[in-house]
Design a protein around this ligand. Structure first.
Ligand SMILES: Cc1cc2nc3c(=O)[nH]c(=O)nc-3n(C[C@H](O)[C@H](O)[C@H](O)COP(=O)(O)OP(=O)(O)OC[C@H]3O[C@@H](n4cnc5c(N)ncnc54)[C@H](O)[C@@H]3O)c2cc1C
Length: 818
């Protein structure tokens, strides 16, 4: 019952009283935000939270998520000591391997757990059986154990968080349904409920499966689908004096277990998943009275899980079932959360928890509350940022196909270089058909089909000897090395049409971009500048090139996946600083982009244009409109592979003409069409940074080796003070490492040791075919970053030697480019 009256004003309104909303409220209160109202259309914990299985694991593939889950455990442990304990039981967890590939993955996870100080360890078959005596060990190859994982009562946890929030002044109103959210000038202004209107600055959508519906009130797309998720609870059968069982995951058999009172709770991820109230044709439509309700049991779909469970724990076939739960849960297209501020100012999302919302809730509440208070993320949250989704997710079909694929592959090992199989072919380069007809193997990024490499069946020079060891090499292809060498020795041509292209124009454009960019991007028409856009903490929010195309117009090029994110940042800064005289336009679909690079790039391009391409006439980082094969286009002398060359921005409908002319002109030079995998190898050798690879909102330009792109002379740009302070205070540095054997390729997150002590973790890695070595980058303490230092890296449980190198690894003087 609500004893208070709904206020007419609050700084922050949280919609949803599940574990997500309660945790955001709790953490906002902890940060001193007292003017917070939480509303729920029904009772607290009447959404997905009440029927959760409550397993809490910490180690995840994403370092940020791991840190968030570690915070959750810390919080639940501490809340247990309060007068509203959440029922935290630190029972530990086991993961078992039923395949050799899984065993390798487990060993890899044990390695990366070390970088967080997590207590994950490999255990013997005997130890597994001792910890979980009910197991049938047939086919079990090994496993790992983490003593600090546990389980919690989801409803009690929500109540504990709500109680903590209330104590600090947060007002909670149940049976208060949000009907409408009002906006003005792109910002939220108020929330209309069935009990009255609340004027506010910030709205946090913690709506669980209802989050997409709530976001539609402000025309924001949250691509989550309610998926049916099932588990069962057995009758009690464990002896009263038995030691509590750890939770147990057998991902190869798609199942998980935990002790529930004196019985077992068992669930899993079905291969025949089912969306609830969403289809290819229609977005989710959840009944208005769906609270504290479950879905009908679907035994048919659960059969494989039940059979696997009875095989692994034979007792399951003998004991009765007390309860069968089928509840809807909000799944996203990539099994990561949807967090952060949307394109509407002040409208935040914290939803789409993909059946790990209880494990994540503590961390989710913390990072979202910090994001709200600081106005920007305080950790690298890119993998969970709502702005990672391209506009393709506006389509219910595209979204559902992706969600389905990911749900069903939840427990699968994700091998490097793996590509999505569903929802393909959404966005294509204008010359897609040429690639297809010329043996292109496509990958997908942000719904774009992009060439990974060309696999010509007549190729005779393929060299298998560089295939990475173990399952790292599963999706590897030797053609990538050939494309790499062609670019280094003669020339390669790349289709980069998916690059995000943004035009910033208007009277205020110069002032606006001067504020946004850390580098001075206003150096005259025809100049191209590499820059970062920083957040107020000096972290790198975006990384792009800016070309001034006339007095008041700038052309920004950024990565394929970053259009929504980078446009969103630009729009936000424009809105916050009232740049009404600036227009920001997405040109991505209008222009194709081809890169032609290599020692012969100039000779090839010269054959197709009358323009003088000499160094004197067309210098490095210069851009101009030229004619190529009779087509007027923008040519920019720039490189992302460390070779002489140009990027050409071409009207879509004329692009095939240009491509064919270049291919023809390049014949005498053995010009080779190349794909994105070759770019990756080439850029790693050259040390060119990639946002979301080596750099992100948590790293500053100085520690990332990008201090040259910060213009200290500029007096006013976002993050200036923080980044200049960081320059002298940095204690770590992005460092290049190489390995003796090109087949020892790290995947990221591997621990780096010096004298037996963990000093860092691998950030990114790949193969350098010119250097004939595997390459990795890592942020290392300054005292460990001097070239020549010998370190060791743990890969799949094995120690590999690595050497710190001077950067750039290839062409240190930049001779080949200039
Ligand atoms: C069967 C099952 C098992 C699971 N097992 C685990 C597990 O073992 N470990 C784990 O970590 N996670 C697990 N999960 C996931 C976890 O339960 C969820 O991720 C989490 O509970 C979601 O919390 P939430 O706050 O986002 O959403 P919810 O709990 O659904 O809360 C959303 C709230 O928003 C309110 N709301 C919606 N619309 C409005 C409106 N217009 N106005 C006001 N209020 C509104 C709703 O009433 C609801 O209370 C499981 C989920 C399921 C379904």
């Amino acid at each position: 019952m609500n004893v208070q009256e709904l206020p007419t004003r609050a700084r922050i309104v949280i919609i949803g009283g599940g574990v997500g909303g309660a945790s955001v409220a709790y953490h906002l209160a902890q940060l001193g935000e007292k003017d917070v109202v939480l509303v729920d259309r029904s009772d607290l914990t009447s959404g997905s939270t009440f029927h959760s299985a409550g397993l809490v694991g910490q180690l995840r593939a994403d370092p940020t998520l791991t840190k968030m889950n570690m915070h959750s455990v810390d919080l639940y442990r501490n809340l247990e000591k309060t007068d509203t304990p959440p029922g935290w039981k630190e029972c530990g967890s086991i993961k078992i391997a039923s395949t050799p590939e899984r065993m390798q993955e487990i060993r890899r996870q044990i390695g990366w757990a070390k970088t967080f100080g997590l207590d994950l360890k490999e255990i013997s078959l005997k130890e597994i059986k001792e910890l979980f005596p009910l197991l049938n060990m047939e086919g079990v190859l090994g496993g790992c154990y983490m003593a600090s994982d546990g389980q919690v009562d989801p409803s009690q946890l929500t109540q504990a968080l709500a109680s903590g929030a209330r104590k600090e002044g947060v007002k909670i109103f149940t049976h208060t349904r949000v009907l409408k959210i009002n906006t003005k000038n792109g910002r939220v202004t108020s929330v209309l409920t069935d009990k009255g209107e609340i004027e506010c600055e910030i709205v946090v959508n913690c709506g669980g499966i209802f989050a997409a519906e709530i976001a539609r009130m402000v025309d924001v797309r949250v691509p989550i689908v309610p998926m049916s998720h099932q588990y069962l609870i057995t009758e009690n059968f464990l002896p009263d004096n038995s030691v509590m069982l750890p939770s147990l995951r057998d991902p190869d058999n798609l199942i998980y277990f935990r002790q529930e009172v004196k019985g077992l709770l068992m669930g899993g991820y079905e291969r025949n998943s089912k969306a609830w109230r969403a289809s290819h044709e229609s977005l989710d439509s959840i009944p208005a009275d769906f609270n504290a309700k479950l879905l009908p049991e679907e035994w048919d779909r659960f059969e494989e899980i039940a059979t696997n469970a009875a095989m692994r724990v034979p007792k399951m076939g003998e004991i009765g079932i007390k309860n069968f739960i089928n509840g809807p849960e909000a799944f996203t297209p990539d099994n990561e959360f949807c967090l952060g501020e949307s394109s509407v100012g002040g409208f935040y999302i914290a939803a789409g928890f993909c059946a790990h919302g209880i494990a994540g809730a503590g961390g989710i509440g913390k990072v979202v509350a910090e994001w709200i208070v600081a106005g920007e993320p305080t950790m690298d949250l890119w993998h969970m940022d709502i702005k990672r989704f391209s506009d393709a997710y506006k389509s219910p079909k595209f979204t559902l196909e992706r969600v389905t694929e990911n749900y069903e592959a939840y427990y699968d090992i994700h091998y490097p270089g793996e590509e999505r199989q569903s929802a393909r072919g959404e966005k294509k380069s204008p010359i897609y058909d040429w690639h297809r007809d010329n043996h292109a193997v496509f990958g997908e990024k942000a719904a774009w089909e992009r060439v990974n490499f060309y696999s010509n069946p007549n190729e005779t020079q393929l060299d298998e000897t560089q295939r990475p060891h173990g399952w790292v090499g599963r999706n590897w292809h030797p053609a990538v090395a050939l494309e790499h060498h062609a670019t280094r020795t003669s020339a390669g041509i790349f289709d980069e049409s998916s690059f995000a292209k943004i035009e910033v124009t208007g009277e205020g454009a110069v002032e606006f971009l001067s504020l946004v960019c850390a580098n001075n991007v206003v150096r005259g028409v025809g100049r191209t500048i590499y820059t970062q856009a920083l957040n107020t903490s000096g972290g790198i929010e975006s990384d792009y090139t800016v070309t001034q195309t006339d007095e008041t117009t700038f052309f920004i090029v950024t990565g394929t996946a970053f259009l929504t994110h980078d446009m969103g940042w630009l729009e936000k800064i424009r809105r916050q600083n009232n740049f009404e005289n600036v227009a920001i336009k997405d040109l991505t679909q209008e222009l194709a982009c081809f890169g032609i690079w290599g020692p012969n790039a100039r000779k090839i391009l010269s054959k197709c244009t009358d323009i003088d391409l000499s160094n004197e006439a067309f210098g490095f980082m210069r851009s101009q409109m030229i004619k190529v094969a009779g087509v007027e286009l923008r040519a920019t002398r720039i490189t992302y592979v460390g070779e002489l060359g140009w990027e050409l921005y071409i009207p879509r409908d004329k692009s095939l003409q240009v491509w064919l002319a270049l291919i023809d002109a390049g014949k005498e030079f053995n010009l080779r069409p190349c794909g994105y995998r070759a770019i990756e190898s080439l850029r790693l050798e050259k040390g060119y940074r990639a946002w979301a690879g080596e750099i992100n909102s948590e790293t500053n330009p100085y520690e990332a080796g990008l201090g040259f792109a910060v213009s200290k002379k500029k007096e006013n740009f976002i993050g200036r003070q923080a980044v200049l302070t960081a320059e002298s205070k940095n204690k770590r540095k992005l460092t290049a490492l190489t390995f003796g054997d090109i087949r020892d390729v790290p995947l990221g997150n591997e621990p780096i040791f010096f004298n037996g002590e963990v000093i860092g973790r691998i950030k990114s890695a790949g193969q350098g075919y010119t250097l004939k070595s595997a390459i990795a980058y890592a942020y290392l303490p300054l005292e460990h970053s001097e070239p020549g230092r010998e370190l060791s890296v743990e890969m799949f449980g094995q120690t590999k030697n690595a050497t710190v190198r001077t950067e750039p690894l290839f062409d240190p003087t930049g001779e080949r480019i200039k």
